[in-house]
Design a protein around this ligand. Structure first.
Ligand code: M6R
Length: 610
């Protein structure tokens, strides 16, 4: 987590750094800060809380032509002004912004304190500033940074600014993403290139062990031995015009309403579907039909919403391709010393492509010789690069911390994978063509599901003060229930739980009361009647029930207080449609309760630390 921005060039640095911080705020918003370098001094401004707080203490203008900025998601040290980055060395000669976690910071701090260095924060990061400053006594800036980095272990992306060399910014990466942007007589450094993409599309993505030395008109990359590394700049894809909220009050609602377009893009606007063969064409997979036939198992790895999408993906693979498939929590898989089979295809699913746990799981699998592909939204992200092949989700930039459009597009991409693999094995031409038709129809059906908004808003007015909310579903709708609960708790802070309908009587039924609404997800198919029974069981205990269904069955009126009907679809695609009212409900409850919908407390969009 945490976002870093740096600038050096002929322009005033302050507005550029601030703009970068706004674009990086999704990475954390516990505090923010800026260090401006002018001849002989570093001026640091930092403030707890969201960027507005920092803006209130910044000077109206500054002549500084270089500087660094940071937006924090706290790990070591409470959320406070003094723990905000950038951190100054005690002599004020160096400022450092850090993203990552240091392992040996406590012992280094003790050592420096014994030498008389005075620390001003509780963070692990401050040791980097103090170490660099100590090394500067005897070394030039680049050597001082290298010497300091050789002392530390842990993960870092850092930006360093120097009082005595105001045009110089040094960056370094080990485990936390960092890219440099090369402009015309100016250079940028950022955790995510979107922070400078409106100024330059020429970028170099740092690799672990890289030290980037930036001046306005020059840049170079060295390794930890100080040797120059050869690196080519690449051109970033053209930016999409999705950076503002448009008519919507928040990004969450905007992105919820963008799902028809996001899903259409995930389908390649039809280009990924081959109608006459009833299959999917996925150029990025980089697998021959023979490779595909050799797959004996598909294991998805992901976290959070992406994990819920992956759980659905695994069920679709089993349904269409008849290959054993499962989805694993990436953080658990990584630490479980996984048995990696060469005939297994591992699919990492991620919106950002920067989630530390997912990256660590992929590295573990690759280290054991496993084949990995990505289903990734972040073009050029660390995960996309690490996997090298896969399916880009193309949902477009997602700004709200809570995932919406990436979720539906990830399910669709998993379905495309299942279709391609299925057709090369057991799925018939007729069934493949039916799937293609259903996928093509999905954007229009999502549009219809979005029309439920005003009814959902009424429900939120009725139940926003509930102490808890339950979500239940069976089969593919079980992960959709988990996602419904995650969305609600994430943005409204109302306690919510999702569980499988079959589990109801094994414990969760005790939670049912007149104050606790239950959302029951049903789809036309084998599990419909059993979920209907679950609803009766809840109602018999006076629990209010909302049925979300793709089949308008007359029995629902007796078993539910409210029935929200989405268009009919294949059962395995019902989670995409039935999640729409759940996303709208979470957003409506959050807004009823006055929450910051796009930036929920304690969270960040990309979880880049394990
Ligand atoms: O970027 P990723 O898809 O890898 O992120 C995974 C989770 O951190 C993410 O889905 C998180 O759970 C969302 N905030 C949920 O809305």
């Amino acid at each position: 987590m945490c976002g870093i921005i740096g600038y050096t060039g002929p322009r005033k640095a302050l507005p550029l750094l601030l703009q970068g911080l706004h674009l990086l705020e999704y990475r954390g918003y516990d505090s923010a800060g800026i260090a401006l370098a002018t001849e002989g001094s570093l001026r640091v401004f930092k403030k707890e809380g969201k960027l507005e707080n920092l803006e209130a203490v910044l000077p109206a203008s500054s002549a500084a032509k270089s500087g660094i900025g940071h937006t924090r998601w706290a790990t070591h040290g409470v959320v406070s002004d003094k723990n905000a980055h950038p951190h100054l060395g005690s002599k004020g000669r160096v400022a450092v912004a850090h993203n990552g976690i240091l392992d040996n910071w406590a012992e280094i701090r003790k050592e420096l304190e014994s030498e008389g260095v005075e620390f001003t924060s509780e963070t692990d990061s401050e040791v980097i500033a103090q170490l660099v400053e100590r090394e500067l006594e005897t070394r030039k800036p680049t050597e001082a940074v290298i010497a300091a980095l050789k002392r530390i272990s842990g993960t870092y992306g850092i930006a360093v600014a120097f009082a005595d060399k105001p045009g110089l910014i040094i960056g370094a990466r080990n485990g936390s993403p960092l890219a440099i942007g090369i402009g015309d007589g100016e250079a940028f450094l950022a955790s995510d290139p979107s922070a400078f993409a409106s100024h330059t599309r020429k970028a170099v993505f740092l690799q672990d062990g890289d030290i980037a030395v930036l001046q306005a008109k020059s840049w170079e990359i060295r390794n930890l031995r100080g040797e120059l590394s050869d690196r080519e700049a690449e051109t970033l894809p053209a930016r999409t015009a999705e950076g503002d909220k448009g008519i919507h009050p928040d990004f969450f609602l905007k992105e919820t309403f963008e799902q028809p377009q996001a899903v259409a893009r995930a389908l390649g606007n039809g280009g990924r579907l081959v109608k006459d063969l009833g299959t999917a064409k996925l150029g990025g997979l980089d697998m021959s039909p023979r490779d595909i036939q050799g797959i004996r198992e598909i294991v998805f790895v992901a976290m959070g919403t992406a994990l819920h999408a992956a759980l659905i993906g695994a069920r679709i693979v089993e349904a269409w391709a008849r290959i054993p498939s499962r989805a694993e929590d990436a953080s658990e898989l990584r630490s479980a010393n996984p048995i990696v089979n060469k005939d297994t295809l591992y699919v990492a699913v991620s919106q950002s492509g920067e989630t530390a746990d997912t990256l660590a799981a992929v590295r573990e699998i690759q280290m054991k010789g496993g084949r990995t592909i990505g289903i990734v939204n972040g073009v050029g992200s660390t995960l996309a690069r690490l996997c090298g092949s896969g399916i880009y989700v193309h949902a477009g930039p997602e700004h709200s911390v809570a995932a919406t459009k990436s979720w539906s597009a990830q399910i669709v991409c998993s379905a495309l994978l299942a279709l391609a693999v299925g057709r090369s094995r057991y799925l018939s031409l007729g069934d493949g063509r039916r799937v293609v038709e259903e996928l093509e129809a999905l954007p229009g059906k999502i549009e219809q599901a979005l029309a439920l908004k005003s009814r959902v808003d009424d429900l939120a007015r009725r139940w926003s003060r509930s102490t808890s909310t339950l979500f239940l579903g069976r089969g593919v709708l079980y992960p959709a229930a988990l996602e419904g609960a995650l969305k609600l708790k994430e943005i409204s802070y109302v306690h919510a739980e999702g569980f499988a309908g079959g589990a109801l009587k094994h414990g969760p039924l005790a939670l049912v009361s007149p104050e606790v609404p239950t959302f029951a997800l049903l789809a036309d198919g084998e599990t419909f009647d059993r979920t209907l029974s679950n609803m009766s069981e809840v109602r018999a205990r006076k629990g209010p029930v909302v049925a979300v269904t793709n089949r308008d069955d007359p029995r629902l009126a007796d078993a539910a207080d409210e029935v929200l009907v989405v268009p009919p679809s294949l059962e395995v695609l019902a989670p995409v449609l039935e999640s729409i009212p759940l996303q709208l409900y979470a957003r409506a409850v959050a807004s009823e309760l006055g929450r910051d919908v796009d930036r929920p407390r304690n969270l960040a969009k990309s979880v880049t630390t394990e």
